[in-house]
Design a protein around this ligand. Structure first.
Ligand SMILES: Cc1cc2nc3c(=O)[nH]c(=O)nc-3n(C[C@H](O)[C@H](O)[C@H](O)COP(=O)(O)OP(=O)(O)OC[C@H]3O[C@@H](n4cnc5c(N)ncnc54)[C@H](O)[C@@H]3O)c2cc1C
Length: 398
């Protein structure tokens, strides 16, 4: 008997690839995930997950694991001026007051997503190098000589996506002028630190962010600082170039003394140059589509890159739930149509927010009023549920 339902090849075992695999398995679809790294894992830093993606993690059965291994972010979270004067509180709930915002260690989130999949689904040590369209199927090849063929391929291979080039000539990465120093500190080393708060300090051209991970046992920090043209040329888009803790301490010297107390404990830090891309005019070609950063790399100033990749995965799995093998190309286009406008809005919103955070406003009261007013935008972001729209899109196809 011939198979009616598609089997799906996913390239990339990051947050987006692993989440979409979970969502597809929930709908009874056959998937395999190919990851280039020899083992799954992530550099040691945090990711902020918000109600618009947590509702999907819950739908695939991962709510309890997120609750257990994440750190719920409290509603007493706040923005400050560089010296610690309060600007405004931070919107962490949706407009119904539902607080499902967590800080998570990236390695924990990857681990939860990977362990929820059936054994054998994830294959590490597979670096994708090629893509080929065949009659009614799609095929990827790997540097180790292996090939994988399926009724469709999802390129969830991140900001440097190899598969993107098989859809559309990739737009060039745009450098924001900013680098991020990231790392974690054991909370027991800074005992007076408020366990559950997301906090951000805003100064001229720089900002500093902290939030809790692992039930508050770790503090995640990110220092965003501008770099000159020379440094910009030297730095590649990277998650894991080592950063100098003393350079980080110097960047924030003279700020709120709480930051100094925290940074005293930093022994290692990573430094990454922050890039995004212009929204891409196309993500899908035939039986190949893109998801997450491969489709819409964005700056981290709304904390939405991982959240949007989870929304993508839920939308795609919902549309594919009852799709036949023959209907795959139409279903992939429906997914792209559904997601493109929302993700482009979040991409541009993240750029705008970065400019707002790092602005040189003559009148800081204007900047502070904008920061306070931004809560309304966040509520809209967090209220969004992609599933009803995806079901409607699937109905239109049938
Ligand atoms: C400083 C900073 C802070 C951030 N903070 C947040 C935050 O708080 N909240 C949030 O939502 N987002 C945040 N983000 C963004 C977020 O990390 C990304 O948007 C998210 O990880 C995207 O997931 P992804 O699966 O698309 O890509 P990735 O997580 O990058 O995963 C891609 C995977 O594909 C693999 N891969 C790549 N090429 C190949 C290949 N050729 N073959 C096989 N495998 C391959 C990679 O090894 C990787 O495992 C932040 C980003 C930065 C830079």
């Amino acid at each position: 008997m011939s198979r009616a339902r598609p089997n799906i090849v996913i390239v990339g075992g990051g947050i987006g690839g692993l989440f979409v695999a979970n969502a597809l398995v929930t709908h009874g679809l056959e998937v395999s995930v190919y990851e280039q790294a020899p083992a799954l894992g992530e550099v040691g830093a945090g990711v902020y997950i918000t109600p618009n993606s947590v509702r999907h993690l819950q739908r695939v059965g991962l709510g309890p694991a997120v609750e257990k291994r994440g750190a719920k972010v409290g509603e007493n979270s706040a923005y400050y001026r560089y010296d610690g004067r309060l600007i405004a509180s931070v919107q962490v709930t949706d407009s119904m007051g539902w607080n499902a915002t967590y800080g998570m260690h990236r390695a924990d989130l990857v681990d939860i997503l990977a362990n929820a999949l059936p054994a054998g689904v994830v294959r590490t040590g597979h670096r994708c190098t090629g893509f080929e369209r065949r009659e009614g199927t799609a095929r990827v090849s790997f540097a180790n000589g292996a090939v994988a063929e399926g009724d469709m391929v999802i390129g969830a291979d991140g900001i440097h996506s190899v598969l993107r080039a098989f859809v559309f000539p990739p737009p060039r990465p745009v450098f924001s002028g900013t680098v991020a120093y990231r790392g974690v500190i054991r909370a027991e080393l800074v005992t007076e630190w408020p366990a559950e708060r997301w906090e951000m300090w805003l100064g001229k051209g720089k900002h500093f962010l902290t939030y809790p991970l692992r039930s508050g046992s770790l503090i995640n920090f990110v220092g965003f600082v501008p770099v000159d043209e020379k440094t910009k040329e030297e730095m590649k888009e990277s998650w894991s170039a080592p950063g100098d803790p003393d350079a980080l301490r110097r960047e924030f010297a003279g700020w709120d003394p709480r930051i100094g107390t925290l940074l005293k404990q930093v022994e290692t830090t990573f430094r990454s140059a922050l890039h995004d891309r212009e929204p891409s005019p196309a993500w899908t070609k035939g039986r190949l589509t893109l998801l997450g950063d491969a489709a819409h790399a964005m700056l981290p100033h709304l904390g939405q890159g991982a959240n949007q990749s989870i929304e993508d995965g839920m939308a795609l799995a919902t549309i594919l739930a009852n799709c036949t093998r023959e209907a795959v190309p139409g279903a992939l286009l429906a997914y792209e149509r559904l997601r493109r406008e929302r993700t482009a809005k979040v991409q541009s919103g993240a750029r705008e927010n970065g400019l707002r955070y790092d602005s040189f406003h003559a009148d800081l009261n204007v900047r502070d009023a904008e920061i306070a007013g931004h809560a309304a935008f966040r509520k809209g972001l967090y209220d969004h549920d992609v599933v009803p729209e995806a079901r409607a899109a699937a109905m239109e196809l049938s």
